[in-house]
Ligand binder design. Structure first.
Ligand code: NZQ
Ligand code: ZN
Length: 385
């Protein structure tokens, strides 16, 4: 196991009807900006629950943050923060609203030329404007981590940011919110969380027995609850397991002491930036090709995953590893997720070269050994056509 330090300061308030507890989490002197997305919270009752819980709090709101939170929209929210002397942010939404709020938390205290620098110059925020979240969509883990991904339509870019000052102070996780989530987004959430675990697990053996078991247990739980959640999102028991699995998949715990890959995400982000494909679906496109391309380097963990998660007991390490990739693809298909780029766009020619060029311009070497070069990414994306 590698050496590590672990600190996650986010308070989780989990369970039925917990949105009512909001007020006790907001500081008494706060002037709050509540941020939300395209309006689903107004249809499913979450907006009413939040505003009722905060009826005595000094709060204004900013809605309209789109999926894949857009820089231009967030810059409008930043103007409101400055004009209205806001000192506390409240995200009510999925990963996009929470990530947008993290960007604002960082941008509100940033004194460089332009907040875009935070994304392009790898600015790590040590202390941002404080914020909390009410999670409406289990998927990203953003509710309990310090990372964010921001999209800029003008330049067709999607870039990551973060820093120790960008953990939410609290996050409210009421699994009942999934009742209103469309099937497509539920499938996305399962796929995203599943791939988060794979990114932190599908590397090389490092004798971190507990982290492996943590990772495998999250994968097994997601496989178990996926059909139940899709069949009936009003069923509280699988909803609760689904929501907590998504949070645990990316709150830092399973990454401690082990190598991380994250190349699937880096290639996937480019597919969202170029084609607007849902984040989770880009991962399902890239992951199978990535694991096949890097088969030799990853086959021991692939085989372990095959044995422990998919109960593949027959054959050699190679056989099990290959069968594990096939099982993963079949799982995505069962969720209704297509796994080839050509399933999403007919304009895919040249995509691999474009992604390779972007990675070269950024000087990126990816993967758990920083050995995946832009030309490798090009080949992987081509395999995913
Ligand atoms: O905008 P509204 O109207 O709220 O509708 C949203 C949106 O259309 C809808 N939705 C959310 N909760 C709902 C609901 N509809 C009905 N009932 C509810 N309870 O779902 C749609 C998608 O929402 P979004 O927030 O975009 O989804 P998700 O949570 O999957 O977030 C995706 C974003 O997070 C980033 C992705 O790149 C993408 O930009 N990620 C963030 C990460 C992080 N911060 O750690 C890690 C991830 O790997 C990921 O990159
Ligand atoms: Zn993801």
């Amino acid at each position: 196991m590698n050496n590590f330090e672990f600190k996650n300061p986010t308070k989780i308030i989990f369970g039925k009807d917990t949105i009512a507890k909001l007020e006790s989490e907001i500081p008494a002197d706060a002037k709050v900006l509540m941020l939300y997305g395209g309006g689903s919270i107004k249809k499913n009752g979450i907006y009413d629950q939040v505003t009722k819980a905060l009826s005595d709090v000094d709060m204004i709101e900013f809605g309209g943050i789109p999926a894949n939170p857009e820089y231009a929209t967030l810059m409008e929210a930043l103007k409101v923060i400055k004009k209205e002397d806001i000192n506390y942010l409240l995200a009510v939404g999925g990963g996009s609203v929470i990530d947008g709020t993290k960007f604002l938390s960082a941008a509100a205290v940033y004194d460089g030329d332009t907040p875009w620098d935070i994304l392009t110059k790898n600015v790590r925020t040590k202390k941002g404007m404080p914020f909390g979240t009410v999670l409406t969509l289990p998927a990203t883990g953003s509710e309990m981590n310090s990372g964010a991904v921001i999209t800029r339509a003008e330049t067709k870019e999607k870039l990551a940011m973060g820093g120790p000052g960008l953990y939410p102070e609290f996050s409210i996780l009421d699994p009942q919110v999934i009742t209103s989530i469309p099937e497509r987004q539920l499938a996305n959430g399962i796929t995203d969380a599943f791939t988060h675990v794979l990114e932190q697990y599908m590397t090389y053996p490092i004798d971190a027995l507990l982290q492996d078991r943590f990772a495998e247990s999250i994968l097994q739980t997601l496989i178990d609850v996926a059909p139940k959640v899709l069949k009936d999102p009003t069923d509280y028991k699988p909803a609760a397991d689904f929501m907590w699995s998504c949070t645990m998949a990316l709150n830092g715990l399973i990454q401690k002491g082990v190598p991380g890959d994250w190349a699937v995400h880096m290639m996937g982000h480019e597919l969202t930036a170029l084609f607007g494909i849902d984040h989770a679906r880009t991962l399902a496109i890239v992951a199978p090709s990535h694991y096949k391309y890097n088969f030799e380097a990853k086959k021991e963990k692939l085989a372990q995953y095959g044995e422990r998660v998919w109960n593949i007991t027959e054959g050699s390490v190679d056989d099990k590893a290959y069968a594990a990739i096939e099982k993963t693809v079949a799982f995505f298909h069962e969720l209704g997720i297509d796994t080839k780029l050509s399933d999403y766009t007919k304009e895919y020619e040249g995509t691999a070269e474009e992604i390779s060029k972007r990675f070269t311009d950024r000087g990126w070497k990816l993967g758990e050994r920083q050995a995946l070069l832009p030309e490798d990414a090009e080949k992987i994306v081509k395999m995913a056509y």
